[in-house]
Design a protein around this ligand. Structure first.
Ligand code: CA
Length: 233
């Protein structure tokens, strides 16, 4: 299993190294850049899974670099967490407007940064982080594709497993059929949205066999979301 690659763009060496060390200790592969130019090269050669971007950089600013990232086809979908010494609400809004996925003001705790990174990767790239998802008494072990409920093994097909994983990783966020198709069948061209409905139906039926009567909710005109955790107790 490859470690997720995180590109850190930060000119202050002490902060750069502090972040790199924490990433390393949490099973990520840190990539370092001290300005936008070096970061751009790293983007092309290393294809990072997420970018931590400082606002104040020598040369091109973090916000200008963020605009570039979002305009380029190859990097437009890479999640970005902005770092800044400024904690003004305006800057936060500006950063999020330009497509930052999250925002941290300095000084921040490394623990908080790691939590934010995991939350974003969990949403954007389920499967990239090897971990257990615990939802009520349901445990989804991503590494070995094992799901248990109240210590009983639940047998799921590969597609149902991915569905359950995506929905639980997104913890009550509604997932559209488009998004589900993109996540599960990204490499296949034509997957009918009804295919999603069929697999949802199967997943619900299996979970019902184990006593989970309300597992996945249909949100009319939008998509699906996992039921509240209390239904999995
Ligand atoms: Ca800086």
């Amino acid at each position: 299993m490859n470690k997720p690659k995180i590109l850190i763009v930060e000119d202050e060496e002490a902060i750069l190294e502090m972040i790199a060390l924490n990433l390393h200790n949490n099973n990520f592969k840190p990539l370092r850049a001290i300005n936008a130019e070096i970061a751009e090269q790293s983007l092309n050669t290393n294809k990072p899974d997420l970018i931590i971007l400082d606002w104040m950089l020598p040369g091109m600013s973090g916000i200008d670099f963020l605009k570039r990232i979002r305009l380029s086809n190859s990097s437009s979908k890479i999640p970005v967490i902005m770092l800044t010494a400024k904690d003004q609400e305006n800057d936060k809004v500006l950063g999020l407007d330009y497509g930052a996925d999250d925002y941290l003001s300095k000084p921040f705790s490394p623990k908080e940064l790691i939590a934010r990174i995991k939350a974003i990767l969990r949403r954007n790239s389920p499967g990239l982080i090897n971990e257990k998802i615990i939802y009520g008494r349901l445990i989804i072990n991503v590494e070995n594709y094992v799901v248990t409920y109240k210590d009983n093994l639940i047998k799921l097909g590969p597609t149902e497993f991915k569905l359950l994983h995506i929905l639980s990783a997104n913890n009550q966020r509604v997932m559209t059929r488009e998004r589900i198709v993109e996540k599960i069948w990204s490499n296949e061209s034509e997957v009918d949205f009804r295919t999603v409905d069929v697999h949802i139906k199967r997943l619900r039926a299996t979970l019902r066999d184990y006593g989970i009567t309300s597992s996945i909710e249909t949100i009319r005109g939008a998509g699906y979301k996992i039921s509240e955790a209390k239904h999995f107790e």
